[in-house]
Ligand binder design. Sequence first.
Ligand SMILES: NC(=O)c1ccc[n+]([C@@H]2O[C@H](COP(=O)([O-])OP(=O)(O)OC[C@H]3O[C@@H](n4cnc5c(N)ncnc54)[C@H](O)[C@@H]3O)[C@@H](O)[C@H]2O)c1
Length: 449
Amino acid sequence: MADRYTQFTNSSVGKFLAPKLGLPMPTPLRRHEPGQAPLDGPALLGAAKSGRLEKTVAEQLNSAGIEVRTEASDGGTYGALVFDATGITDPAQLREAYDFFHPVMRQVGYCGRVVVLGTPPELTSGKEQVAQRALEGFTRSVGKELTKGATSQLVYVAPGSESATESTLRFLLSAKSAFVDGQVIRVGTAGAGGATITAPNNWEKPLDGKVALVTGASRGIGAAIADVLARDGAHVVVLDIPAQGADLSHVANKVGGSALQLDITAADAGTKLVDYFTERHGKLDIVVHNAGITRDKKLANMDEGRWDSVLSVNLLSQLAVNATLLASSVLGENARFIGVSSVAGIAGNLGQTNYGTSKAGVIGMVDSTAPAVAEKGHTFNAVAPGFIETRMTAKIPATIREPARRLSSLAQGGLPVDVAETIAWYANPASAGVNGNIVRVCGQALIGA
Ligand SMILES: NC(=O)c1ccc[n+]([C@@H]2O[C@H](COP(=O)([O-])OP(=O)(O)OC[C@H]3O[C@@H](n4cnc5c(N)ncnc54)[C@H](O)[C@@H]3O)[C@@H](O)[C@H]2O)c1
């Protein structure tokens, strides 16, 4: 559902007026629908000399039902341009990326995809490290040049993790990643190098048999996460404070899951969760820490209650719950921890020292916990949403809300489902090599990294 401005610019009057007035022209994004083709058009696949991923990627795209072409044609559009840059070991060779993309940049179709695959620079040295790091500037700039809802991403794949990329490629090429743009993703790092990758029996229901917990799920982004995880086959336990009980039951019924009324900041929240999941389900496979609050004031005007409550819900309670879960035996094999940070935790935000601190803390939580949980076969990642159309953002004064919505490469706000789809990719059993990532779901917001 497009916002009113996007509806206007896509009407016949808007299409005429907006370019004349120099106004942004957001494209209504293609989003996932059941039975949809995995990609809207063929993928053009190229590689720098001696790339180590091209063959595996071609097989993965074929198995996803995507038509792969290796020779560019003069006409027509591509659903995606995919380039294996792992063979680039010297900055002079970056020219190979130019040579592949330059002739076909105008052939990226509506909501098309650009994906560049490289080697994590920190695992290389010398000229190769320089060249691989340079790819970030390339893909982020491409993201800013693409039009018509198209996106650009860089996936760094650790040597030895070549076969661990399938869930990531499927996600990035599909409409599920509609609002993910200009991101850098690492596969096979943060201790996940030796992870066992289990391809789901059914890619339409990758979470069959899994039990998930989503906190703050009575509305907004949490309700969308519950919906998408249930669509993918998980039994979802939705959690929220007792005051949200009625909405929570509604969500639980809608997704065929269960409702759990609990304040996540309660001292015994972790123990209650261990008991609940052990007794009712015998395990817990996916933990999504979505509950979050804002209590905005400039620091000089902020009372300590605002500081304490935001830190408590958004960070401290999550650390405490994780510690209790990890110390128990309730976690299933290859469990997934998923945090919800925010672009405000990356760029900071006026009036949000408490919120920005807590959300940057979520990133710290991923950094510090991911390598340790990898030793147990689990993963720990987070999403960092930008402007998402929810009750939280509807409350922002219109003069701030409208520029915030437009200041991204996609010139619009995202939807709760965009955050949910990204979380479902982390939760996928085939994402065992995806660990320690912070992926912004922000349409390449022009603020922040
Ligand atoms: N909306 C955005 O644009 C945006 C952007 C960046 C990050 N986020 C983050 O996404 C998450 C969801 O945001 P939303 O917009 O859906 O917000 P929301 O206010 O609509 O939903 C948050 C939910 O968390 C619940 N909650 C609050 N305190 C709780 C507690 N102590 N125990 C259990 N549940 C509790 C609330 O009752 C509510 O249902 C939050 O962490 C938020 O910070 C949102």
